[in-house]
Design a binder for this molecule. Sequence first.
Ligand SMILES: Nc1nc2c(ncn2[C@@H]2O[C@H](COP(=O)(O)OP(=O)(O)OP(=O)(O)O)[C@@H](O)[C@H]2O)c(=O)[nH]1
Ligand SMILES: [Mg+2]
Length: 165
Amino acid sequence: MAKIAVVSLGGAGTSIMREMLKIDSDYDAYNVNERKTLKNANYFGYEEIEVLAQELSNYECVVLTAGLGSSGGEALADLYGMLEDVKKLCFLVTPFYFEIERLMRSRAQLGKIISDGFEGAVLSLNTLLREMDESEPDKGKLEKLIREFDREMAGLIVEMMKEVG
Ligand SMILES: Nc1nc2c(ncn2[C@@H]2O[C@H](COP(=O)(O)OP(=O)(O)OP(=O)(O)O)[C@@H](O)[C@H]2O)c(=O)[nH]1
Ligand SMILES: [Mg+2]
C-alpha cells in the first residue's frame, strides 16, 4: 500500500499533527511552520513550499491541515494549487468570529480551496464558544477546549485516512 503524506501548516496545523502522531504514525509526516517544533515530522520552512510540492507529487494521496487566516492557511492554499494530479484531503479550521482580520483572510483562502472536487472537512473554532461560560471568559478554559478540539480533529483525520488507505 502506498503511504499517505500528511502535511500540517502553521500553529493550528502543527498542534493537530502533534495529536495525530500520538494516535497513529503510519504515514509520512510533513510540517511547515516558522520553526521546527515537531520531532517526528519532515520540516519545511514557508520559503520551501515549491520543493515540498515537488516531493508531495510522488504520493497518491496528500492530507493537508491548517488553521485558516494567516501564514499557515496561505501556504496550504498555495500548496493545494500546486498539487494538481494528487488526491487531496483537507482538514481546515476557520477562525473565531472575533478574529476579524483572520476571518477575512480565511474567506479568501477557502475560496482557493473549496470547489466541486473538495474532500475533507471544515470546522469552525466558534463551536467551542458554546461551551464557554458567557459571564466569565476564561483563557485557561478556552485553551483546554482548543486542545480537545485538536485531539478530536486528529482522530477524525486518522479515521478518514483509513477510508482512503
Ligand atoms: N485548533 C487550533 N487553532 C489554533 C491554534 N493556534 C491558533 N489557532 C487558530 O487558528 C487560526 C490560525 O492561527 P495559526 O495557525 O496560529 O496561524 P499561523 O499560520 O501560525 O500564523 P500566525 O500565528 O498568525 O503567525 C486562528 O483562528 C487561531 O485562532 C491551535 O493550537 N489549535
Ligand atoms: Mg500561530
